[in-house]
Ligand binder design. Structure first.
Ligand code: CMP
Length: 229
């Protein structure tokens, strides 16, 4: 698909007219990367913004003990690399591909004039940054104040509300990330996640759904357990 058509579907540029989209498309370079590759390396200098045209990426860093901590998963239509672009500091995290990905890449020198001309793009960038800060703060709160089972319960409630859909029986249908990815997001080990998930299955709060990886989740029960905490 032509770059201009792909950029038209990106929420950041939703307000732009055809001519404006064309001028951004002319500035953007297209990058394709297979899965499990590093796109941005923490501490490297960075002066460009990446827009995800297809695929999914993982934003992560490493703890002092060398454990990977996943800060966010970002998908099609989202962006990354705005932090170094704005504050001119080194990259704040690693970004790697979870699937085959296609990106549009825009250099700082081309993007800054656009941000000054189009306050609506700047506002969207700020809104998304605020939302990411909120998510990171709530993750920090979860990790510092909850035991692992309760971290898993809050994660599942949030995941179901964002990505799941509720069936007529009241249970949410969703696909969960792998146990390793859950462990990296909740600062624990894969084994602890597996034990917690097994217990939730025994208690029928988590049930295997139709199709591979599909789960049915009793969010009401999870919320009750969180309220009792
Ligand atoms: P930058 O610092 O340029 O390079 C790494 C990118 O990862 C960063 O810009 C953001 O786009 C993204 N990033 C860093 N921290 C977080 C976070 N806590 N949540 C979501 N995305 C992040």
């Amino acid at each position: 698909m032509e770059m201009v058509n792909m950029l038209r579907r990106v929420p950041l540029f939703a307000e732009l007219d055809e001519a404006e989209l064309k001028s951004i498309a002319a500035l953007a370079s297209s990058i394709e990367m297979p899965k499990k590759n590093i796109v941005v390396q923490e501490f490297d200098p960075g002066n460009s913004l990446y827009i995800i045209l297809s695929g999914q990426v993982k934003v992560s860093t490493y703890s002092i003990e060398g454990r990977e901590v996943v800060l966010a998963l970002l998908g099609k239509g989202s962006f990354f690399g705005e932090m170094s672009l704005l504050d001119e500091e080194p990259r704040s995290a690693n970004v790697s591909t979870m699937q085959d990905c296609k990106f549009a890449n825009i250099r700082r020198c081309d993007l800054v004039p656009l941000l000054l001309e189009q306050p609506v793009i700047s506002l969207k960038l700020l809104t998304e940054t605020a939302s990411r800060l909120r998510k990171t703060s709530s993750m920090l709160k979860r990790v510092s104040s909850m035991d692992v089972p309760h971290r898993v319960f809050t994660y599942l409630v949030d995941h179901c509300q964002r990505f799941g859909h509720q069936g007529a029986d009241g249970l949410y249908r969703t696909i969960l990330p792998t146990h390793q990815l859950l462990a990296d997001q909740l600062s624990t080990s894969r084994e602890t996640i597996s034990r917690t998930i097994s217990q939730l299955k025994k208690d029928s709060i988590l049930q295997q759904g139709e199709g591979r990886g599909n789960m049915r989740i009793d969010v009401d029960k999870l919320e009750d357990m969180l309220n009792d905490f």
